[in-house]
Design a protein around this ligand. Structure first.
Ligand SMILES: Nc1ncnc2c1ncn2[C@@H]1O[C@H](COP(=O)(O)OP(=O)(O)OP(=O)(O)O)[C@@H](O)[C@H]1O
Length: 326
């Protein structure tokens, strides 16, 4: 497949010792939605900033639509669109005025800009409110406006950094509809960073899991789920019983104590192991607080490859506390 992005050994070290992006090598095919999944602090934003020419890499290189990051940063800025995490639109201006401003910044000729703005506003169902001040938009409407601001220069590659961060569940899935229609209509490459598993699952053709600045694993969501092989039993018991259970079931494909007191057991066949487990708990007078069986999900994939939960809620709260709104 024709690649839209080719990254080679890209590294960013902040202040001499914070390795935010660590030797990333990755190829991203043209016309795909590519998900970068990782906890806050995994290095996703830093990677995007380098790929859009905003931040200079410490070492390594990348080509965006054939342009070299270290030589053609200006050109890269012209052919990419970025929708950052924080709002960039001006709340005191109308939706239309914001779009016009961005079009002017990119030097889009007047007539072309008018046509493009109209098409984009219709695409995300904002045409009827185009003259309303952005301060009167809902969070979802404003995000839709931000989304099309990133498309004004008809980019070859669109970067969406946590596009639905802080939005409620309904608004988030509503926004997914628009992201899908952008992909289908414009046939551009979309790089999407997110710490929402369902979002990356629903939107990405392929994805990479990032952790501590590194790409841990890449593939389609199905490939990654299939790579897990086996059912997952998650069990929560009182603390002093955990070690005994882990020891007793050490012949499972994998058994380990997780953070928050869970025991995670990967087994070939949960239909066989579950009755054994229940028998063991009963005969040892251990009453489980909770027990669940799951076929591999993207959540399990994340745990398998990073050794931890993605823990969205806590991070959302942290994010919301510092969420910039004008
Ligand atoms: N300007 C900066 N100076 C110093 N350290 C930074 C800077 N920007 C980011 N970092 C650090 O680099 C690491 C990666 O941050 P980055 O923002 O790229 O992660 P992320 O996965 O995008 O998370 P988030 O979604 O919170 O932005 C973190 O440890 C972060 O604290």
């Amino acid at each position: 497949m024709d690649n839209s992005i080719e990254i080679e050994n890209l590294t960013k070290i902040y202040g001499g010792n914070i390795k935010a992006v660590d030797n990333v090598t990755l190829k991203i095919g043209r016309g795909q939605v590519y998900g970068l999944l990782g906890q806050n602090g995994a290095g996703k934003t830093t990677l995007i900033k380098m790929l859009t020419g905003i931040l200079k890499p410490t070492s390594g290189t990348a080509k965006i639509a054939g342009f070299d990051l270290n030589k053609d940063a200006l050109k890269i800025r012209q052919i990419t669109g970025v929708v950052p995490q924080d709002f960039t639109t001006d709340a005191d201006l109308s939706g239309y005025e914001n779009l016009k401003l961005v079009a002017d910044l990119y030097g889009v000729p007047k007539k072309e800009a008018e046509e493009r703005i109209e098409t984009l506003l219709n695409m995300v169902d904002l045409y009827d409110v185009k003259n309303r001040r952005v301060s009167a938009y809902s969070g979802g409407m404003r995000k839709r406006l931000e989304l099309i601001c990133g498309l004004i220069n008809t980019p070859e590659v669109l970067f969406l950094d946590e596009p639905t961060l802080g939005l409620d569940v309904t608004t988030r899935s509503n926004l997914w509809k628009y992201i899908k229609s952008i992909r289908d209509e414009f046939k551009i490459t979309i790089i999407l960073t997110s710490h929402y598993l369902d979002e990356v699952d629903a939107l990405s053709d392929r994805l990479s899991i990032m952790d501590h600045g590194k790409i841990i694993v890449s593939g389609t969501s199905d490939e990654l789920k299939k790579s897990l092989k086996g059912d997952i039993i998650t069990l929560r018991v009182k603390n002093d019983s955990e070690e005994k259970i882990v020891e007793n079931f050490k012949d499972a494909i994998e058994v380990k104590k997780m953070e928050m007191g869970d025991i995670r057991m990967k087994v070939n066949n949960s239909d066989v192991v579950l009755p054994e487990l229940m028998k063991y708990l009963a005969s040892n007078n251990i009453s489980p607080e909770s027990i669940s069986i799951r076929k591999p999900s993207l959540d399990e994939v994340f745990i398998e490859y990073t050794g931890k939960h993605i823990d969205s809620e806590q991070k959302d709260y942290a994010k919301m506390m510092g969420f910039k709104q004008r």
